[in-house]
Design a protein around this ligand. Structure first.
Ligand SMILES: CC(C)(COP(=O)(O)OP(=O)(O)OC[C@H]1O[C@@H](n2cnc3c(N)ncnc32)[C@H](O)[C@@H]1OP(=O)(O)O)[C@@H](O)C(=O)NCCC(=O)NCCS
Length: 134
């Protein structure tokens, strides 16, 4: 059994554990955005999004699923739920080497729309911009 609910203060330690120590994000800042967790006995994954233009354009800020919970469809479910909630245009950036994430986004009809040179640090890497039309 699993469910999706808004992220709360009590989830932050588990969210921090899922994202690992190398993330540039502070988990407490997720609460400033539209942040959701998927719970399957414990917090198994999370998704952070924001509206970037009226109620029409949205951005995925971060998404991660705990290693032991991967390939169970949880990331797909988090994304599908967010897109259903806000059926507009969606944007994201992803590391050029992050094949699992790129495959996930393509399977949800995101298309590559541009490249941001050296967008990421530690390690430095280009970011692919992906867009999903409404
Ligand atoms: C990317 C990530 C969120 C995917 O989470 P997940 O819950 O394992 O993904 P799902 O089970 O929902 O997978 C849905 C689809 O994505 C694709 N996919 C997921 N992991 C994949 C992998 N390792 N290799 C290839 N395709 C993959 C597949 O198309 C998959 O469908 P399928 O299982 O029917 O083949 C997870 O690997 C993760 O947390 N990675 C580290 C953080 C990260 O990179 N976040 C993205 C930042 S932009």
């Amino acid at each position: 059994m699993h469910s999706i609910r808004p992220m709360s203060q009590e989830d932050l330690a588990q969210v921090a554990a899922i994202q690992g120590p190398d993330s540039p994000w502070k988990p407490e800042n997720y609460l400033l955005f539209d942040a959701w967790v998927l719970v399957a006995g414990e917090v198994a994954g999370f998704l952070v999004t924001r509206s970037v233009y009226l109620d029409e354009e949205f951005e995925i800020l971060n998404l991660a699923v705990g290693v032991e919970h991967r390939r169970k469809g949880y990331a797909r479910l988090l994304l599908e739920t967010a897109i259903q909630r806000h059926p507009g245009i969606w944007f994201l950036e992803v590391r050029t080497t992050n094949e699992p994430a790129i495959e996930l986004y393509k399977s949800l009809s995101f298309k590559e729309s541009g490249m941001r040179k050296d967008y990421y640090q530690n390690p430095t890497e280009d970011g692919i911009v992906m867009v999903r039309k409404a």
